[in-house]
Design a protein around this ligand. Structure first.
Ligand SMILES: *Cc1c(COP(=O)(O)O)cnc(C)c1O
Length: 400
């Protein structure tokens, strides 16, 4: 296989890498990356098979659960984007979150995690890890004193979502990483909301970065996928043995769609962020709203942290309709362009009512503690015209 730009020593900018990094061309010289829809690979001889099982080289594959050329292209492209040594692609974002944690933890280990988590992440930390004897301490991620009090000399890992869902709190990654590294703990950041375009978590101090590629990386609502990024040692020594034997690997077709997604990721995230910013500013003083939550607003409680570690406030904002659930439902049902769903980062703008859907499972006291009020609506901004979206929201709010 001929390679493209992947072994060049000249550093290239993000947009160039998103189009070219990791490309492997077959003997046919195809322009668009090939989809290798194959489970296995043929060896020229018994000796070659034996050698490959002892140690497979960069462009040598054994079985699709272990690796595949299309999946390897995706891994290399996103590792280049993130500035990570290596990446392992997974079947979904949750395969990435659970795989990263399960592969590195053992009974008796201690983990500290922020409490405001995506529902399934909370389940893995609270219900699964603890069943295998891992102790988990939850903290308010925005309160450094709580991190300081919870991190112990024997803490093995720290887990956080850089921007929480759905209230969009921003966690100071550098400060938390300093506390974790002082005791030798590994910092794992679920960076879905911040995106690899707006935030460089590894530079801020994270050791491992995790994405649900289902969100912005696909960005067109087509597939589930995920990825774990970190040092070559961690990815190949810790994550890969666990993932390849437990089965959460990415399919080649998914990898191909995500390669196409990466080509336009920078353009899409920046356009969607500009829209979210426009909507947040346009709605900030709206009389029907009790709160507008957006990390790019100066009124946001962690505005300084957001400005220091992110380039822009992200593609999602939340609004709290003053009249509670009844008024919020009227707004949802009146929207014409926003569709009611629960994905985010999609080209289509999506509206979600967390209290009755994504966070329905939480008891009321936990919803209160996390600020998930009955009037709260999460808005994921798509690629439509920003003024059309603002007009859609203003008209819907008139019904509240
Ligand atoms: C969606 C999401 C996940 C899970 O990803 P899937 O691809 O749905 O498995 C994990 N963390 C965050 C923050 C998410 O938004």
């Amino acid at each position: 296989m001929a390679d493209d730009l992947r072994r060049t020593s000249t550093p290239r900018a993000t947009r160039t890498n998103l189009v070219h990094a990791g490309t492997r061309r077959s003997q046919y010289g195809e322009v668009s990356e090939a989809i290798f829809l194959t489970q296995g690979f043929v060896y020229d001889s018994a000796e070659q098979a034996e050698a490959r099982f002892i140690k497979a080289g960069d462009d040598e594959f054994i079985y699709a659960r272990y690796g595949n050329p299309t999946v390897a292209m995706f891994e290399e492209r996103i590792a280049t984007l993130e500035g990570a040594e290596d990446a392992f692609a997974t079947a979904s974002g949750m395969a990435a979150v659970s795989g990263a944690l399960m592969s590195m933890l053992a009974a008796g280990d201690h983990v500290v995690s922020s409490r405001a988590l995506f529902g399934s992440c909370l389940y893995v930390l609270e219900e699964v890890l603890t069943r295998f004897g891992v102790e988990v301490t939850f903290v308010d991620g925005t309160d450094l004193d709580q991190w300081r009090a919870a991190i112990r000399p024997d803490t093995k890992a720290v887990f956080l979502e850089a921007i929480s869902n759905p209230t969009l709190e921003v966690i100071d990654i550098s400060a938390v990483s300093d506390l974790a590294h002082a005791v030798g703990a590994t910092v794992l950041v679920d960076n879905v909301f911040a995106t690899p375009i707006l935030q460089r978590s590894l530079d801020l101090g994270a050791d491992v970065v995790i994405y649900s590629a289902t969100k912005h990386i696909d960005g067109q609502g087509r597939v589930l996928g995920g990825v774990i990024l970190g040092t070559r040692d961690f990815i190949r020594g810790t994550v890969e043995p666990y993932m390849k034997h437990t089965g959460g690997s990415m399919s080649p077709f998914t990898a191909w769609l995500l390669l196409k997604g990466l080509e336009t990721l920078d353009l899409r995230v920046r356009a969607q962020t500009a829209t979210a910013d426009h909507l947040a500013r346009g709605l900030e003083a709206h009389p029907k709203l009790a709160r507008v939550l957006y990390p790019g607003l100066t009124a946001h409680p962690q505005a300084a942290t957001a400005a220091a570690q992110m380039e822009g406030g992200g593609t999602v904002l939340s609004i709290d309709v003053a009249g509670g659930q009844e008024a919020a439902f009227r707004v949802l049902n009146a929207l014409q362009i926003f569709t009611i769903s629960n994905n985010l980062g999609d080209a289509k703008s999506i509206v979600t009512h967390p209290a009755t859907t994504t966070h329905q499972r939480l008891p009321d006291d936990q919803k209160d503690a996390l600020g998930i009020t009955p009037g709260l609506i999460r808005l994921s901004c798509g690629l439509e015209d920003m003024n059309d979206l603002l007009a859609d929201l203003q008209a819907a709010l008139d019904t509240a």
